[in-house]
Design a binder for this molecule. Sequence first.
Ligand code: TXD
Length: 310
Amino acid sequence: MGRPKLAVIGAGAVGATTAQRLAEKELGDVVLTDVVPWMPQGKALDMMQSAPVLGYDVTIRGANDIAEIAGSSLVVVTAGLARKPGMSRDDLLLKNAEIVGGLADAIRTHAPGAIVIVVTNPLDVMTWLVWKRTGFEPQRVIGMAGVLDSARFCTFIAMELGVSIKDVRAMVLGGHGDSMVPLPRYSTVSGVPITELLPKDRIDALVDRTRKGGAEIVQLLQQGSAFYAPSASVAAMAESIIKDQNRVLPAAVYLTGQYGLNDVFAGVPVKLGSRGVEQIIELELSADELAALRCSAEQVRELVAKLKWM
Ligand code: TXD
């Protein structure tokens, strides 16, 4: 049987860091691919040379040929372009759809049994595209955004209250973008909802900072976007799947009527195990929260409509 094979497609900031985290957790042997000649090979060799120091006992291999993902049980898709000056969101959507659509075809061919975690933006739309083009059952195609958005909300809550991050849990639903839906009622410090601990105006400020969490990092970095927390989030999802942990984590999944949403990918809490999405959890939402979630999903649906020709 051997160890599971894990593929990370795209060896940029998020992809390379993800490969490193998967190896450090010893979740399986990692293959890291990218179209840039020799770059994934170089990064993989560098990571292999950290194994003697850190003590992980798995292999990391770099490749330019996508066929090298053959037989992977988990595939993480991080390949794509970031928005360049003069490029509209729609331009980016079409460009990344071209890249990710081609990769989905390759995944179907070379790793037909894989569970796929999609990371490339616009996240919810790219997750839909991978599902559509692979033809995989929806349980096996999962978008990463909710774990990251919730981690950002947790961080801001812990900073605001001066409490240990270990005691903070937060829940953020909806699409990955301005329309995401942080849920203060379901965000807690040792089980106590933050609505009991903070005044409304402070919660609103934390929610707003969470919504703009990605942009805040982009602004500070001046070049590129966040990758430490995104890769940590992917690694947590991957671990739950590979070790069949059944952790309950928010992720973008295909909905079939849950929350009144049908035939669309949206961020909701799910149980992640060895078959991928083991269960979709339907939280009791207030009318406002439900309206926000539906509005967020409708925005995803509109973008998907632009790709329907593909
Ligand atoms: O929460 C989330 N889902 C996100 C999403 C959090 C962080 C980053 N998010 C998105 O992930 C971001 O907007 C991008 O769409 C992806 C990857 O972000 P990253 O910061 O890693 O981008 P890089 O550093 O530009 O890396 C992208 C790599 C780069 O090395 C390209 O050469 C490669 O993708 N690329 C490809 N690799 C393989 N195959 C093909 N076809 C390909 N095309 C480009």
